[in-house]
Design a binder for this molecule. Sequence first.
Ligand code: SF4
Length: 438
Amino acid sequence: MKNLYIKTFGCQMNEYDSKRVSHQLSSLGYSLNDDIGVADIIVLNTCSIRQKAEDKVYSMLGRLRPYKEKNPDLIIAVGGCVAQQVGKKILGRHRHVNLVFGTKNVLNLKKMIEKIEKTGGRYVDVGANVIRDDTIDEKMDGYMVGAKNSVTIIEGCNNFCAYCIVPYVRGRERSRPEERILHEVRTLIKHGAKEVTLLGQNVNSYKDAASSSSDFPKLLDKVAAIDGLERLRIMTSHPKDLTDELIDRFGAIDKLCNNIHLPVQSGSNSVLKSMNRNYTREDYLSKVEKLQKVCNNITISTDLIVGFPSESKKDFNDTLALLRQVRYISSFSFKYSVRPGTKAASFDDDVSNSEKSERLEELQTLQKKIQLEENKKLEKRVMEILVEGASKSGENMITGRTTCNRVVNFTGDESLTGKIVSVNIEESYLNSLLGKLV
Ligand code: SF4
């Protein structure tokens, strides 16, 4: 076997694509190895959502040069959003890179690597607009099925939020055919999966073009009806497309976990407007209220941007107030950074970097306080945990998640992986809980 090392940056869509990369290259004799020093192929699956994420990619590319000098046969491939956006310039700036492949070209990877293996050369493959209609090979070679897995149901985005590069690098929305999705979920379950997350930049706008009666709530019903599936999650939901019909599913479908990632980005109406988010603070809060009504123990996580152009201190305080009201169990928060090509790149980036840093710190301090308080409420409660495998938190420890998406570590045998067990929560920390098997 030859060794494949993959470094994945960014979101769950990239994680999913990395699995596809590994699956494709397994048929060429490559197996995943997390020791970069023995790699025959190194794949960087990149993210360009923020300047910082992009900088990390270039820094890692620089660090790969010595590996190529040591092993000239080493193949280095760069995929993901930076690859899609920057394309052949990567080959120009980094002479040790063999291949640049785009977000829509993952399915061509096997062919491209075969070509490089046979004839050498350096290539760029970012052009095609391939609709993701592949299905998982029944043998599942190179595709690691764990207790929990993801299935992409829709790619791309039509929303053009002013700050976001995704519609430019991932293209317009393309929903996968329903039958392919159901087949993929069934196949994963056959190979041991217990939990599936349906993935997309905006899962709520899922629609199978071949079926007049298909939409996201109906897809949820069909996936939930699959025998052997224990838990179902969704990621990510645009608040403007979170319909009452979809909200009702959180009360009606037992397998649908009581957690939703609902990116708010800002608590200020004027900032939301200039971000082109197409909902108001009031719309958002009303949807949160409806969710809590149909599923009273639902937990919510979110994404936040501070220091968006023209964000005043009052706007920022509105965001803090929203945090206090919703009480998110986790959040991803960032300082605004200009992404060339987006609408906001033409705005005056008028909040100073030091002000952005101060606001981010204040927001994250508040979020940590809320998060810990929410986690503390779970102490002494017995919770159902889907065991995902060995925990890094200590010897003989295993880890899993609650349906409300908290990570729980506890002493137990790895053979429990894939099982749902009852755990008494003994201590709560910021990002995890410590429990005891009941
Ligand atoms: S909904 Fe907005 S933030 Fe999300 S991917 Fe689409 S454009 Fe980007």
